[in-house]
Ligand binder design. Structure first.
Ligand SMILES: [Zn+2]
Length: 124
């Protein structure tokens, strides 16, 4: 079963919109970060370090999302959108419309999450 052109177009539009929102969010983060005065007293310094770490964390999350969205848009261009990057099986159309940036089918996604959980438990 291949994806209909209509679904692909819908996903593409959603991805482009998400991409725009994310870029705006990244810009907003950067502005609030750089507008801070780092030459305050020690307390301010500690607070700004924590904030910088926070902004960095948020930044990593945003970068990851941006990466996934770009990969998905690339896949639409290349015509292999909607195919699981892990097992090569088609991804459920409803899942794509819900999460157009997903690169994995439900099965592979939950398998990876399961492995992350196991690793998390071992590390604890
Ligand atoms: Zn899969």
């Amino acid at each position: 079963m291949t994806l209909s052109e209509e679904t692909k177009q819908k996903c593409r539009e959603m991805l482009l919109e998400m991409h725009r929102d994310l870029v705006n969010e990244v810009k907003a983060n950067r502005q609030s970060n750089s507008s801070r005065d780092y030459l305050g007293d020690l307390c301010d310094f500690a607070a700004s370090v924590m904030e910088a770490e926070y902004v960095y964390m948020i930044g990593a999350r945003l970068r990851q999302r941006l990466y996934m969205i770009k990969e998905a848009l690339n896949a639409i261009e290349n015509g292999d959108y909607g195919i699981c990057a892990e097992c090569g099986e088609p991804i459920n159309e409803k899942r794509l419309l819900l999460m157009p940036f997903t690169l994995l089918c439900v099965r592979c996604q939950s398998e990876i999450e399961r492995q992350v959980n196991i690793r998390g438990q071992l590390a604890a």
